[in-house]
Design a protein around this ligand. Structure first.
Ligand code: MN3
Length: 234
């Protein structure tokens, strides 16, 4: 689906839903586009409800794409990929740095999020990723506890992450605030869980721990293993 289709879909569905300033169609042009979800809105039910997925993808993620476009369209920075922009956050001019941190981070974090969930998800990883989790994190159960705690204990809005430290070739678990990406710390994100309230509030209200537990049922470990292999080789 093209970006234009998403915008008309959003308009059709959204009476009375106030979009942020950067969410208007008028300033949404630019180098970056929202990719379609790789599955239907209701594909992750009962773990994540269809309405949450629809709003989260078509409105929240779209707003991050639009915000990033608004910040860099027409500048030399528009030639960079979103990942490159976020990873080089400290080198960016001050006038676009905050927008890249928030909207560029939001764009890449959500892209990873959608692509590491699946209706056929759940279970445990196998192969090299499983060995690395055993070696670096004490095994799957310890990883699951640490990852869940990083997500649940993140104060306010943010993310829980499984990342690769690219120089040490070691896995690490951490939380980040807001839309800060692990790339800003030199870490490569392999799996992330969004713990902004917009990711779970319709279905789980304040029960973030229940949402994080349910998230484990939709983790696409094959996709995470591919992210691990790619990060490990680079
Ligand atoms: Mn989100």
């Amino acid at each position: 689906m093209k970006r234009r289709d998403f915008l008309s879909a959003s308009v059709a569905l959204g009476a009375g839903f106030a979009l942020p300033r950067w969410g208007s169609a008028a300033d949404s042009s630019g180098p970056y586009e929202l990719a379609p979800l790789p599955y239907a809105h209701d594909a992750l039910e009962p773990h994540i409800d269809a309405r949450t997925m629809e709003i989260h993808h078509s409105r929240h993620h779209q707003a991050y794409v639009n915000g990033l476009n608004a910040a860099v369209a027409g500048t030399e920075w528009a030639e960079k990929t979103p990942d490159e922009l976020v990873a080089m956050i400290r080198e960016l001019p001050e006038e676009i740095r905050t927008a890249v941190r928030n909207h560029g981070g939001g764009h890449i974090n959500h892209t990873l999020f959608w692509n590491t969930m699946s209706p056929q998800g759940g279970g445990e990883p196998s192969g090299e990723l499983a060995k690395a989790i055993e070696r670096d994190l004490g095994g799957f159960d310890d990883f699951a506890t640490d990852f869940s705690n990083a997500a649940i204990r993140q104060f306010g809005s943010g993310w829980g992450w499984l990342c690769l430290h690219p120089a040490k070739k070691r896995l690490v678990v951490l939380g980040t605030a807001n839309q800060n990406s692990p790339l800003m710390r030199g870490l490569v994100p392999l799996l992330g869980v969004d713990v902004w309230e917009h990711a779970y509030y319709l279905q789980y209200q304040n029960r973030r721990a229940d949402y994080v537990k349910a998230f484990f049922n939709v983790i696409d470990w094959d996709a995470v293993a591919q992210n691990y292999a790619a990060a490990h080789q680079s």
